[in-house]
Write a new protein. Structure first.
Length: 195
C-alpha cells in the first residue's frame, strides 16, 4: 500500500510540474519572458508562490526544465544517428524524426524564435547550439563538397523555417508540415547524390 501511495504522490508531483511548465510557457509566449513573474505563474495556476517554489525557484529553472524535457528527443536522435551508417536512408530518417520532434515541441520553438535575445542570454541558448551542432554532425558528410554540406544543414533550417514563416499560408498544419518535410528530404537527397 505504501508503494502505491508514494507512486501516486510522485505522479501528482509530475503532473504539477507539467502544469507549471505549460502555464509558464503560455505566459512567456503571451507576454514575454521578461514581463512574466513567478507570482503571475502561481496566480494562473491558482497556487501559492511557496507551492510554486517547491518545484522551481526561478523562471529560468522553469524554462530550462521545459527546454530539457522537450529537446531530450534531439539528444536521443543524435545518439541514434551516431550509431547509423552515413547512408541516404539514415539522413532521410533523421530529417523525418527531427520534423516530428519539432511538431511535438512547437510552443517551445515558437517561444525561442520570438525571444531570441532572452534565449541567447540564458543557458538554453548555448545548449541549443550544442544540440544543433550534434545534429549537423550526423546529417552532414564531411567528405561532401561544400554545396552539399550546405544542403544538409539547410534541410534542418527548412524544418525550423516551416514552423514560423508559413503560418499564414492557406493549408492545414499537417499539409504544411508534410510539404516542408518533402523539401527538407529533397535537400538531403540531392546532397547525397552529389557525394
Amino acid at each position: 500500500m505504501g508503494g502505491t501511495m508514494d507512486g501516486t504522490k510522485q505522479q501528482r508531483r509530475g503532473n504539477t510540474r507539467q502544469r507549471i511548465q505549460d502555464v509558464a510557457l503560455g505566459l512567456f509566449a503571451e507576454q514575454g519572458y521578461e514581463k512574466t513573474s513567478l507570482r503571475e505563474i502561481a496566480e494562473r495556476l491558482d497556487v501559492t508562490k511557496a507551492a510554486l517554489y517547491y518545484h522551481f525557484k526561478t523562471k529560468e529553472e522553469i524554462l530550462v526544465s521545459i527546454f530539457d524535457d522537450l529537446t531530450q528527443p534531439i539528444l536521443d536522435l543524435i545518439e541514434w544517428g551516431r550509431r547509423q551508417p552515413h547512408t541516404l536512408e539514415t539522413k532521410q530518417e533523421i530529417v523525418r524524426r527531427y520534423s516530428e520532434i519539432l511538431a511535438g515541441a512547437t510552443p517551445l520553438y515558437r517561444f525561442m524564435q520570438e525571444n531570441q535575445a532572452t534565449v541567447r542570454e540564458l543557458q538554453i541558448g548555448d545548449t541549443f547550439k550544442e544540440r544543433m551542432k550534434g545534429l549537423r554532425e550526423i546529417i552532414v558528410d564531411p567528405e561532401a563538397d561544400l554545396a552539399d554540406q550546405v544542403r544538409c544543414v539547410s534541410a534542418i533550417f527548412t524544418l525550423h523555417a516551416g514552423m514560423f514563416f508559413l503560418q499564414d499560408l492557406d493549408a492545414t498544419p499537417e499539409d504544411k508540415r508534410e510539404a516542408v518535410l518533402e523539401v527538407a528530404t529533397d535537400l538531403v537527397t540531392r546532397a547525397h547524390k552529389g557525394a
